[in-house]
Design a protein around this ligand. Sequence first.
Ligand code: TYM
Length: 326
Amino acid sequence: MKRIFSGIQPTGEIHLGNYVGAIRNWVYLMEEYDCVFCVVDYHAITVEYPVQEFKKRIIETALILLACGLSPEKANIMVQSHVQEHTELAWIFNSVTPIGEVERMTQFKDKSKQHRSNINMGLMGYPVLQAADILLYKAGYVPVGEDQVQHIELSREIARKFNSRFGAIFPEPQPILSGAPKILGVDGESKMSKTLNNYIGIMEEESAVWEKLRTAVTDVNRVRRKDPGNPEICNIYTIHRAFSENDTLLTIDHGCRSADIGCIDCKKMLFENVRAELNPIREKAFALQKDTDYIIDVLKQGASACSKIAKETMAEVRNVLGLLIP
Ligand code: TYM
């Protein structure tokens, strides 16, 4: 069975971008692939984070993955730091990764601007650890949002460089994109993200979700209600595509272009559809909050299954590197 690996950072709030760009796809893919889904805590420490809250955030992230429909019977759900081989392999990959390649990563450049006072080695090595995450399990497929495609390309290059120098151990992984691989924030400008505070969280109160949608930027050229709009450049329409049926999309497309439908009406329809999809997830998440022991068990089970695979890969890697086996 083909193997998939993907990960999510425990940054505190999972937003619509994470959900439609990645997690919802994971739920479908889990049916057909051998999957590892990982809460990547070591990636999250490359920027400032609230240490006291971190444990809670890690558990909360796993909880939301389960609430979204991931099942421990069908996929391995684990925490990155619970399988120590991730960081071990990352160190080894550091030695085959040209510095120029990591320096040109868009995410490194963006994060360096956002965190000027703390541009650390971890931030630079972020995609190398990501390559280690994937290749430790020899995963051939990586379902991610569009923003991560460059990192998956680098993973392929790292695999290629390692294989050509030490022997063909690793596959060259391919990204799998969802139907909505890039969701902009409510500012209509930048990628939806926690850091930019332009997100709609999937656990947010309905009133807060509506307030964010109501004030979200649409087609900026549509100034007055009677102006015709262009759905192709409207982020609200992009989000509609992820949550609404084809007939609604057609109605909105025509109504927006002819100015028969205003932005508020369009947003109300979107709100209803988002609400219909997220409500069961929120309910399940609230129920799971009362059972953190279950979440911990799921993560233990995931780490134990993943450790076995990780140990096998690392034995091969240490052997081809010519290391002395203790
Ligand atoms: P993270 O936590 O930043 O994002 C998790 C997933 O959500 C996707 N995503 C989006 N998709 C569409 N529109 C958006 N606005 C949006 N924002 C986020 C991301 O593309 C990602 O798929 N570096 C990874 C975590 C990681 C990983 C890995 C992924 C670590 N190791 C190995 C795959 C394989 C990340 O971006 O996490």
